[in-house]
Design a protein around this ligand. Structure first.
Ligand code: 8Y7
Length: 274
């Protein structure tokens, strides 16, 4: 239950909240309002005030059909935000990227966690993380952000996602990344239909046998829109439901936009789990 990331050690006995800081002009859920480093910084500090345990800084949108950004553009977006935050906060900063160069620059700037939607499959990524002391989140995705929602297919979505995470876990261990630095994530919405996403939530407890803390990201995602009929700006209540349900069946880190509401809802879960 102890997660080691850089100079931090998180006791994941209680569920933790990872607040999302998008530094992307095209991010679907905050419309680019925080696209400038200064605004992102203010937003990050406000998420800490709201009770975030971790901040996840991302400079390239991974929503379906998002336009990829260049390495330089991604660096220009995220590094100033990390540099601006690192000396005034005392919680881990996570960098949301799959590019090894961005990982390295973010780690050099003070990031403590790498959140990789490609699970360190890019060339050089796994060795770079092995040579550092940061924590890592390995996420499952079928396809790429450009194609993943076209026609995702599985014979057994739970078994296949689990097998992928198990394989990436073994690869990381073989490269020298110890288990207490590794989080696993089924990757809701990444190459999954509504039925796939719902099935994964129903069977989330089965991921416990992988032996690693689970991170879940369902905040404002389209499966919640499909269930409620609400567009992305009106998915607060369903997002809270998703976080509470996920934590009740074992998720240890909830990646969310709405930190204050999630922290308060999780207090009820924590009281029950104690
Ligand atoms: C997730 C994520 C996104 C997720 C992890 C969005 C970067 C899409 N979703 N990382 N990133 N898990 N680990 O809607 O579910 O926030 S981006």
């Amino acid at each position: 239950m102890l997660f080691n990331c850089g100079k931090f050690q998180l006791n994941l006995h209680r569920p933790h909240v990872m607040g999302i800081v998008n530094v992307t002009p095209d991010s679907f859920s905050d419309g680019g309002r925080f696209s400038k480093a200064n605004l992102a910084l203010q937003h990050a500090l406000s998420l800490i005030e709201q009770g975030a345990d971790i901040l996840d800084i991302g400079g390239e949108s991974t929503r379906p059909n998002a336009v990829p950004v260049s390495l330089q553009e991604e660096l220009d977006r995220v590094i100033p935000v990390i540099e601006g935050l690192v000396n005034q906060i005392n919680i881990p900063i996570s960098i949301d990227t799959y590019k090894p160069q961005v990982m390295q620059a973010a780690i050099d700037a003070g990031a403590s966690i790498v959140n990789d939607v490609r699970a360190l499959q890019e060339s050089g990524a796994i060795d770079m993380i092995a040579a550092s002391n940061v924590g890592v989140c390995l996420m499952h995705m079928q396809g790429t952000p450009q194609t993943m929602q076209i026609n995702p297919q599985y014979n057994d979505v739970v078994a296949e996602v689990k097998a992928f995470l198990q394989q990436r876990l073994v690869a990381c261990e073989e490269a020298g990344i110890v288990k207490n630095r590794i989080l696993l994530d089924p990757g809701f919405g990444f190459g999954k239909t509504r039925v796939h996403n719902i099935t994964l939530i129903q069977h989330l407890a089965r991921f416990a046998s992988l032996g690693q803390p689970l991170l879940v990201g369902l905040s404002r995602k389209s499966v919640l829109g499909q269930v409620t009929g609400n567009d992305v700006d009106s998915r607060l209540y369903s997002s809270i439901a998703a976080s509470v349900i996920s934590a009740m069946v074992g998720a240890r880190i909830l990646r969310v936009h709405d930190v204050k509401a999630t922290v308060e809802a999780l207090k009820v879960v924590i009281a029950i789990q104690q």
